[in-house]
Design a protein around this ligand. Structure first.
Ligand code: SF4
Ligand code: SF4
Length: 349
């Protein structure tokens, strides 16, 4: 397993076509049904959206980390970044829209040169803003030194990945030294009030499994994280979200290289849960790519599966036409519907 992006290593997994082919062949080899067929058989049929509640902006693939399981294939070598023009289009849509929540992700979205300006503009619009912060960016140099205070000023909800409460498992997945730096960043966030219930400043953590298995119970893991992080490091947080690793991009590479792909796909398919399928996040989310392209979710975005229908870019936003679309699905969607379900906000069923 390399520690650079798939792109910089020239991996065939950069191509969504290769990823689809691998997933299709894996299901076929095990005689497992495709995701659309499973949706139909369970009586849910094609997925359609409800009213958009979450406007997710992916600011680009630039990141200070190169985590082994990254579905974005992000890293320091990636240069894709949302420019101000695309952000202005997003802001003008949001100004006219009842959508209340904006979820900012990346890469490390803080590394986008217009990140702080965007948060300030969203704050002026009165939107609830969430940022998916990888924690170590708070320690990535002078430029980011006051990030915790900046977040607090704008009442940004911080959502941070911490795969485990121990160094070995966290560093194995996210890179050498990441656990210690994450702990330091969490302390900085706590110091300005994040994770302290009376402050109203929300700090949520995200757990994803270290290997080819589904997450354990969200409530149980949250209890363990809370107890151990507080006891060993004095760290507090609000909630823990469990997320299932999606069989795409660098996690797909891990599955292939470790010989776990067939077993993992079989686990996802046989753990299909219709309740989770009815609650998938693509139903109430709109995902915007760094170039303004629109997708049903961040996973479809990374697989370059643009929205079905005539609206392809935020420049052409039309809520009525978007509401009439069918959500595009693929075999990777089993990752959202297995067991207790998985979304950017954790378990769904
Ligand atoms: S998982 Fe997050 S922190 Fe890790 S490389 Fe991807 S975008 Fe960066
Ligand atoms: S991968 Fe995206 S489109 Fe598929 S079920 Fe999950 S959220 Fe929906």
């Amino acid at each position: 397993m390399g520690t650079k992006s798939l792109l910089s290593r020239g991996s065939e997994l950069v191509s969504p076509g290769s990823q689809f082919r691998i997933l299709n062949e894996t299901l076929a080899a095990k005689n497992l049904p495709g995701f659309s067929e499973t949706l139909n058989r369970s009586g849910i049929g094609p997925l359609t959206p409800v009213e958009t509640e979450i406007f997710q902006m992916n600011l680009g693939k630039l990141c200070n980390q190169t985590c082994k399981h990254c579905h974005v294939d992000a890293g320091p070598d990636r240069r894709e970044n949302m420019d101000k023009d695309v952000m202005l289009h997003c802001l003008s849509v949001l100004a006219e829209s009842p959508i209340k929540t904006v979820d900012i992700t990346g890469g490390a979205p803080e590394m986008n040169p217009n990140f702080r300006w965007l948060v300030e503009e969203l704050s002026k619009l009165g939107k609830k803003t969430m940022v998916r912060c990888n924690l170590t960016v708070l320690l990535a140099g002078e430029k980011y030194r006051d990030l915790a205070e900046f977040y607090a000023t704008h009442r940004v909800e911080v959502v941070s990945s911490l795969p485990y409460f121990e160094k070995r498992r966290t560093d194995a997945q996210r890179g050498e030294g990441v656990f210690d730096r994450s702990v330091e960043a969490l302390k900085r966030l706590n110091a300005v009030g994040y994770g302290i219930p009376e402050s109203g400043l929300v700090l949520n953590l995200v757990y994803n499994p270290a290997g080819a298995f589904l997450p354990a119970s969200q409530a149980q893991l949250e209890g363990e994280f809370r107890q151990i992080l507080e006891k060993r490091h004095g760290i507090r947080f609000n909630s823990l979200f469990t997320i299932t690793n999606m069989p795409i991009s660098r996690y797909l590479e891990y599955l292939l290289e470790s010989g776990n792909l067939e077993g993992y796909m079989e686990k996802l398919v046989t753990s299909y849960n219709p309740s989770a399928a009815m609650a998938v996040m693509c139903k109430n989310t709109l995902s915007v790519g760094f170039d303004g392209s629109l997708y049903d979710c961040d996973f479809n975005q990374m697989l370059e599966m643009k929205l079905e229908g005539p609206i392809e870019n935020i420049r052409d936003y039309n809520a009525r036409l978007l509401a009439a679309r069918t959500i595009r699905v693929g075999e990777h969607c089993y990752g959202c519907t297995a067991g207790a379900g998985s979304s950017c906000g954790g378990a769904t069923a």
